[in-house]
Design a protein around this ligand. Structure first.
Ligand code: GLU
Length: 312
């Protein structure tokens, strides 16, 4: 018998980076810079690069398609299908079911106002869930259910967190420790909460490198903790500084011509926009994301936010 040789060797386990925009409007220069960094960090480490549309919240008609077009125009490419969170309800329900089976989920009947006004537990960080519904009696739960009926919503489902804090390693920030409270897994409207969706989806997409804006740095420990509960690997994190306007506030659409399409309408090219982003990273003269990949070294990442100054 002749031994069978496979036509091609099995692909190596390469891992993946990702970019996961929320399609609430066009990406601005700060988002585009983060996307380029995510792509560069993935590609230079030989990883795949995945895209995911995080559309569980406010969505603007047509924005998802425009975002993909804009990323492609800068020279980004991605592997496999774009994952769309609104199509992933079964996967989130399955993860939730697993946590429920392990007794790690409880119903929360609190309104937002009640949480804000509740006296916080001793030593709890500001804004942390005060634990009101963690250990209710059957009668209190019945009262809660009646209240939800009157409010015409479902109880939120929260994680019965087994730790107070958790630590992750960030490529730029080093060891980051943040509080972990009983955060929401499923919202009162029945939709998966961001923290659950992101962990389930990163695992499903084989993501082992998360590059994103540093506004999410303190969310990483709770997501990493949740990953360990779900038996998913904790990714490597790289949180990058945000873009600011000249007044020091987070860059936003209202700051003027801040999207790729705005810049094109002012006579710039996609290459000019990449050039601007390259300048902010200390690599002048870039025209495509590939130029940034070839010239930029992560050690060059400025630790301060990018203050965007635009003509016109
Ligand atoms: N969808 C989030 C955003 O656009 C990013 C979430 C993440 O990268 O984990 O801000």
């Amino acid at each position: 018998m002749t031994p069978q040789t496979p036509a091609s060797p099995a692909p190596p386990e390469v891992g993946a980076g990702r970019y996961a925009p929320s399609p609430s409007g066009d990406l601005h220069l700060g988002n585009l810079r983060t996307a380029i960094l995510a792509w560069v960090l993935a590609r230079r480490s030989g990883r795949a690069f995945r895209l995911r549309l995080e559309d569980l919240d406010r969505v603007r008609e047509g924005a998802a398609q425009r975002q993909l077009e804009d990323l492609a125009a800068l020279g980004l490419d991605w592997d496999g299908d774009v994952m769309v969170q609104s199509e992933r309800g079964d996967a989130y329900a399955q993860a939730l079911g697993r946590l429920q089976d392990e007794g790690r989920v409880f119903e929360c009947f609190c309104t937002r106002r009640e949480i804000l006004e509740a006296p916080s537990a001793p030593h709890a960080p500001p804004g942390a869930y005060p634990g009101t519904c963690r250990d209710l009696s059957p009668q209190e739960r019945e009262e809660g259910a009646a209240k939800m009926l009157a409010l015409q919503r479902e109880p939120a489902l929260r994680l019965r967190a087994g730790v107070r804090e958790f630590s992750v390693e960030d490529h730029f920030a080093g060891t980051v420790t943040a509080d972990v409270d009983d955060f929401v897994l499923r919202r009162g409207d029945g939709v998966a909460a961001y923290n659950l969706a992101v962990v389930v989806d990163d695992a499903a997409q084989g993501v082992d490198q998360v590059t994103r804006g540093d506004d999410l740095l303190t969310s990483a420990p709770r997501q990493a903790y949740l990953a360990t509960l779900l038996g998913a690997p904790v990714p490597a994190y790289a949180h990058v500084p945000l873009a600011l306007n000249t007044a020091g506030a987070r860059l936003a659409k209202r700051d003027g011509a801040v999207t790729l399409r705005d810049r094109l309408a002012r006579g710039e090219s996609a290459g000019d926009v990449v050039g601007r982003i390259g300048d902010s990273l200390g690599v002048p003269g870039c025209r495509t994301a590939r130029d940034v990949l070839e010239r930029w070294d992560p050690a060059m990442l400025p630790q301060e936010p990018w203050v965007v100054e635009l003509p016109g």
